[in-house]
Ligand binder design. Structure first.
Ligand code: FES
Ligand code: FES
Length: 186
């Protein structure tokens, strides 16, 4: 049994690694997608990388800049684990080519608060003891930050609308809802 579980983990890891390296189709077939120098404004700091313009922003953040706060989940814009803010809007960085970022301001989970001074949304998720495995939480927190910046007192249905499409395999949805409401009242 233990061996079967171990094998499963290896298969899962391989699948994630392979998915990570799936080439991204050139969104502009008429243009060459060759590595070029790209500047990104991440958490208020200008960062230079060499990358193909169609490479997803998530790869730039995790592989080129060594950040581990946006997570690789589905790689298909369907789970939200990779969410970052682009000019204050929640975007799925696994599906956003770096060329589309331009001079935009990218903010990640580590850019909104610190363990010593967490953002009110981070604090609310801690106070409500939301995390189980924690893998998905980047998406819920960053999407909530974007929501409350635009709508500080959302209704329940506005919260549900904003968070639609985010996935949590651990089933923490009820406590997430409590945390979002707590943050809205902070
Ligand atoms: S990893 Fe980007 S939405 Fe799932
Ligand atoms: S806390 Fe585990 S996937 Fe959400």
């Amino acid at each position: 049994m233990a061996r079967a579980q171990g094998d499963g983990i290896v298969v899962l890891q391989s699948a994630l690694i392979e998915a990570h390296h799936v080439p991204v189709p050139n969104a502009n077939p008429g243009e060459e997608n060759v590595a070029t120098r790209i500047e990104l404004n991440v958490n208020g700091k200008m960062q230079k990388i060499e990358a193909e313009p169609d490479m997803p922003l998530l790869y730039a953040l995790r592989n080129d800049l060594g950040m581990n706060d946006p997570h690789f989940g589905c790689g298909l814009a369907q789970c939200g684990a990779c969410t970052v803010l682009l000019n204050g809007n929640a975007v799925r960085s696994c599906a956003l080519p770096v060329r589309a970022v331009g001079a935009g301001k990218v903010t990640t989970l580590t850019g909104i608060g610190t363990p010593e001074k967490p953002h009110k949304v981070q604090a609310a998720f801690i106070e409500e003891q939301v995390p189980q495995c924690g893998y998905c939480l980047n998406g819920w927190i960053m999407t909530t930050v974007a929501l409350l910046d635009k709508n500080p007192r959302p209704t329940d249905s506005q919260i549900r609308d904003a968070l639609t499409g985010l996935k949590c395999r651990c089933g923490t949805h009820v406590s997430i809802l409590r945390a979002v409401k707590r943050a809205a009242q902070a």
